[in-house]
Design a protein around this ligand. Structure first.
Ligand code: 5GP
Length: 124
């Protein structure tokens, strides 16, 4: 079910538990600002998720409340993961779902990195 983006951060959401190491994940990258891991239900040859370490519900929440250092660190981490995966050529796609119309299901900001194949139209 898509989340209600107006709700406060839920420290028991699944990605918070992954960040705390309470449930396993297939780690791809980690630094001070971000953690990246493979999506459990991949929608492309490459489907990696990057999440900020701070408690932010969505891109809206993050872009409103996060510090410049957090935003810079997170954006750089997304690029680092995509480069490490060898996706820059021939290209890849980033996606962040926000709220009900966005179809966001997990209430901790995550950027999807899709790649490894032609990705087709932007919206099916
Ligand atoms: P959203 O629809 O919120 O943008 O995407 C949530 C994503 O999280 C989905 O692609 C889903 O497969 C992934 N996901 C949900 N639960 C887990 C989990 O426990 N582990 C991992 N690795 N991915 C998850």
């Amino acid at each position: 079910m898509p989340i209600d983006p107006t709700l406060p951060y839920d420290a028991n959401n699944i990605f918070a538990k992954i960040l705390r190491g309470e449930i396993p994940s297939n780690k791809v990258y980690e630094d001070e600002w971000a953690y990246a891991f493979e999506d459990i239900n991949p929608q492309a040859e490459v489907h990696t998720l990057v999440i900020p370490k701070g408690e932010y519900v969505s891109w809206d929440d993050f872009s409103t409340k996060a510090s410049d250092a957090e935003i810079g660190g997170f954006v750089r981490a997304v690029g680092t993961v995509a480069r490490a995966k060898g996706l820059v050529e021939p290209g890849y796609r980033l996606l962040a779902n926000i709220g009900v119309h966005g179809g966001q299901e997990v209430p901790h900001l995550h950027v999807h990195i899709f790649g490894g194949q032609p990705l087709g139209r932007m919206i099916a």
